[in-house]
Structures are given as C-alpha cells and as structure tokens.
Design a protein around this ligand. Sequence first.
Ligand code: FES
Length: 123
Amino acid sequence: MKTLEDLKALREKLKGDIKVRQKQGTKIIIGMGTCCIAAGAREVMSAVLDELAVRKLNDVQVQQTGCIGMCEKEVLLDVIRPDEPRITYGNVKPADVKRIIADHVVNGRIIEDLVVGKIEQEG
Ligand code: FES
C-alpha cells in the first residue's frame, strides 16, 4: 500500500506529464457559439473527428470554444502546432477539413486563402 505522500508525489508527476503533453501536441479548436452552430460548426466538427480517425491522428486534441467575436467569418477553426503561430481559418466548410488536416496539421503548410487570423504563441 502506498503512503499518502507517495500518492501526492505521483499526482504531481502526472500533472506535469499532462502539461508537457498539452504543450507538445497539436490542437484544433472549433468555434461552437450559437451562430457558429447555425453556420455549420457541428458539421465541421464532425468532419474533423472523422478525418482524424481515418488518419489515426490520435494525438491531435480537438476542443470547442464559444463566440470569439468574428461571427461574420464562421465557421472558425484554429490550428495550433507546437511552437508555431496559432492560425485561425474562417468560412470553413466540411469540404475544407481534409485539406486543413493534410496540409497544415500533418505537414505544417498554412492554407493562406482560408486564414483570417494569426497569433504568435508565447514560448
Ligand atoms: S457565435 Fe460564432 S464567432 Fe460568434
């Protein structure tokens, strides 16, 4: 039986591992505010999950977020690769998802014609 101290130490170690993994992994964030959903965010989310599954990209995290104030550019999809700028794609349709995942998520090539925002990440 482990002592309480052992368990606390294990918990701290696991927390550290999770932080490292979160920092290292690629993230896809989809705007799922009310009018994002009306603009087709659910269909885009579903296309993302399908494509990641087909390509077995199990280490890509998918998150949703609320309104970010760019409702006129929905559906909004951000890609964050480790140590690279956060790229926001706008007017994303389910048909764009394969290209975003193949070109940007897998190969690191930003799809300039869909970009509506770019944020440098802090190191
Ligand atoms: S509700 Fe989608 S960006 Fe505002």
